[in-house]
Every structure is written in structure tokens, then in C-alpha cells.
Design a protein around this ligand. Sequence first.
Ligand code: Q46
Ligand code: ZN
Length: 309
Amino acid sequence: MKCGRCRAPAVIEVRRHNAGYCRECFVRHCGEQVRRAIDHFDMLGPGERVLVAVSGGKDSLGLWQILRELGYDADGLYLGLGIGEYSDESGRYVRAFAAERGWKLLEIDLAAEYGFDVEGGSRSAKRAPCSACGLSKRHIFNDAAIRHGYDVLATGHNLDDEAAVLLGNVLRWETEFLGRQHPVLPAAPGFARKVKPLIRLSERELAAYCVLTNIDYIVEECPMAGGNRHLGYKHTLNEIEERSPGTKAAFVFGFLERAHERFAAEVAEARDELRPCAECGAPTPGDVCAFCRMRARAVGEPIGVRSIS
Ligand code: Q46
Ligand code: ZN
């Protein structure tokens, strides 16, 4: 097979685009897909400071590199989740990646900073580990972006992630989540802008991008991932994609173009009703936000005690 752009021998085929690419053209293709997503959804403005949440995996490290190559002022943020050897290892990959390139990396350790890890949070809040982990990430990433003065927080969610989450939300008709499922969540009081610039690239393309540009990333899955139902949805979507290339992209982009708007009003209404958490000040529908409630339970503190003392 030949590269569809320059006729050199192809190193990868992307069936969704019905195209083969040589190394150089594929790397350029990845940059172009990110550029198109940024422009189409108006994700980033010139000169804005971007904070990239990096986990040590292919998506987030690939994203950081692509954004820097596109000329963005992007720093990394690594959150140590305290998931045993997996977290130690992923932290090593992130630090080595940043140090080799001389890029700025912020680090936060969940246990050192907040007194609990994912397992402790999961147990005390009676949430599945991925739910406790997701809640912690959302809270801490948002807080870090605001506290350190970044204009926007970028995460490495790719096309496969978005398609799997969309399928889960549609299967259960989670209308509020559907209203929030968008590659750009605008800034609002207490919320940093959040963007997903990898939405036009698949997991396989990100893995190939990292291999072809010599990015060393953690290949092992998180040991808690087994309980994540999105893995099952990814598997199902891969089977459909195999028979009918382009279905995942049509599913996600068709939703964004033709259906998302119908669910957005519900989210705007919910946002209007938020008020500052009594403990940390983050916007919440109750008195104390879900993260602070989980933290208090995990460390054995009565809920709301920080605001009183
Ligand atoms: S890190 Fe956290 Fe993932 Fe591990 S505990 Fe689940 S959500 S699987 S991206
Ligand atoms: Zn709070």
C-alpha cells in the first residue's frame, strides 16, 4: 500500500478515511485533525495558556506534544491517584516525557494533598473506583486550572472515548449528561473552559502517533479499568466499526451537529442553580460538593467541618 498523499510506502491504513499514510504524512494528518477540531469548535484562542491533564498514557502525552507542535503554550498537569504500582509507573512516564522536552509539569498527589486515594474514596463514598476517580479528576483539574491562571484545560479524550460515553448515555437516556457531552465546555463562574482536541482521532491513531514519534507511554491498563463499563461499549463499537468503517465518527459528529443542542438547555438550567461549596467554593447544587463530601468521609471528618472551623 502507498501513502495517499505522497506515494511513499504507507506505514498505516486508516479505513475511516479510506487512506494509507507514510510516517511523515501520518504525523501531519494527526496535527491537522487536532487543528481542525480546535478551529471547528473554537476551542483555543491565540496566546491562551493551556493546561493539559496528562496520565502517562498515549492519548494525553500525544495531545501535549501535538498542541506544542501547533504552537500552543501548553503545560502538563499530572495527578497521582495512589493506584499502587500503576500510579508510580505512570508518574515516571510523565516526568520523563516532560523532562526530556524541558516542558513545565505541575504535579498534585491526591493522598498527600487531600488525605485519601482512589480506593479510599471509593470505599468511603460507596462509589465504584472509576466513579471516585472521575469525581476527583474533574474537581482537581478544574481547581488547578483556575488556581494557576490557565485559560483552558485540555484532556486526552479521543473519538473512541467519546463514542463509548455517548453510547452509554444514549442507552440510558441520560439527558443531562448528553447536554454536557461536547468537546468544549465554556468557562462559567467556578468552572474553567474544558476542551477535547483529540475528538477527531481514534485510539489506534494515537497509539500509532506515539510509536512513530518515539513517545514512550505507559501501555498497561489501570488495574481498576476492568470495572469500567465503557470498555464493553468500546468493544461493541469496534465490532460495528470493523464491519462499517466511519460509524463511530458518524455517531459522535452526527450527535454534535444534529442532537446535542436539544439537551443543552437542561445543563444551562442546572448550572444556574449552582452555588459555592461551603468547604472549597466550587459550584455545587447542594451545600457541600460531592468531592468534599467524599474527602470528608474518606478521612473521617464530619461533613462541613472545614467551613465551620
Ligand atoms: S484511572 Fe481512574 Fe481510569 Fe483507573 S480508576 Fe478508572 S477512571 S480506570 S481513565
Ligand atoms: Zn467542595
